[in-house]
Design a protein around this ligand. Sequence first.
Ligand SMILES: Cc1cc2nc3c(=O)[nH]c(=O)nc-3n(C[C@H](O)[C@H](O)[C@H](O)COP(=O)(O)OP(=O)(O)OC[C@H]3O[C@@H](n4cnc5c(N)ncnc54)[C@H](O)[C@@H]3O)c2cc1C
Length: 386
Amino acid sequence: MERACRIGIIGGGPAGVMTAALLDKRFDITIFDTKTLLVTLLPTGGGKCNITNSETDYRSFAANYPRGGKFLYSALSRYSSVDIINYFDSIGVKTVVVENGKVFPEKMSAKFVRERMLAQIKHCNIEKTLVTDIQKVDNGFWVISGRSKYFFDKVVVASGGHCNFDFLKSLQVKIIPVKPSLTGLVTKTDYSSLSGVVLKNIYNEEIGEVGDMLFTHFGVSGPLIFKISSIKARDNYPYNLHFDLISDSIPSSKSFQQILDKNSKKELKNVLSLFLPRNFVNFFCREKGYSPDVPACSVNALVRDSIFNDLKNYEITVTEPKPDGETVMAGGVDLAFINSKSFEHKVVYGLYFAGEVLDIDGFCGGFNLQNCWSGAFAIAETINAG
Ligand SMILES: Cc1cc2nc3c(=O)[nH]c(=O)nc-3n(C[C@H](O)[C@H](O)[C@H](O)COP(=O)(O)OP(=O)(O)OC[C@H]3O[C@@H](n4cnc5c(N)ncnc54)[C@H](O)[C@@H]3O)c2cc1C
């Protein structure tokens, strides 16, 4: 009898486990991980697991990846968010769509998603060990872990963005250096006294978007900052960011004058507090050298324009990403060497890559897990057909 094709999967995160689940049961599959399988799924979506996004057009979906979006066209068009929602439904995970198209399990539990996924791979062998090397030989691969050696016909690397890429050295896989993405940012100015204060609907010049920013003990965070950190993940630090803090409330210097006139007897800090959190107004006045207690009627045109310009063009110097604060890593296996249809290496046949180990990362909203699902499908479809 012909022996079953042996497939080794390095990494038992969402990408590795989904690949194992979608591969035909006729294969002899072994998953390697030092950790308990799918432990990295547990903190996703704050423990609720934002599985994917309800966006159905693959091009619009791909626009949510600052790196790797175009590469994903083929995989996303063949295995979309609709397909993964149907798949999860078929294994007992019903889903709901919440704000911004985010798709969550109805039970709002990453633990439940993990349990259902693990139930699909009971036929697989699990090796709780660190893979230290992979060697290509004529008819397959040796996967090395310390003194142990395992032979496979095909190998799928799904080791995530935080892995030590050294085990890929023998295969001479090109790696784009990894950088933290989707993270809070440490600032030159100490904002710790403002910790917890949120500026809503502010406009960031660098990425051309409106959003909310949260001050923290280390600097700044919140949805707008996460997106900035993602788009600028490969920039060198330090860098400056510019915000319009009054984009939806005070459009011009003239309208600012009208607001001052209407509130002429109020103190400057109270007028500004109509638009911005009081704590921030006090901080801002101190930082920029304005007297917060003067009546609005005493603010002359020079000071008015200066305040207006400082609020319209508020500069924050970012010194580094928040240490260990990243949600994903930008960088990883260079996509130039990967076939976008099969996710197979273009030079080392039989070697596949899925998930965050690739130089693909998306914004918040379920896009990073969808990268894992679509990549897993592309690989499984290719191997199943072989
Ligand atoms: C706090 C947090 C919340 C998140 N929330 C969401 C969300 O709601 N929605 C979303 O889409 N994305 C979310 N993400 C991102 C998402 O979790 C990742 O993109 C996803 O886990 C990547 O999956 P992966 O399988 O590629 O890699 P990983 O999940 O990193 O798994 C890789 C596995 O490989 C193992 N491994 C690595 N090297 C080796 C080796 N040499 N030998 C053996 N094993 C090895 C690791 O131990 C690990 O278990 C979140 C991330 C974080 C940190």
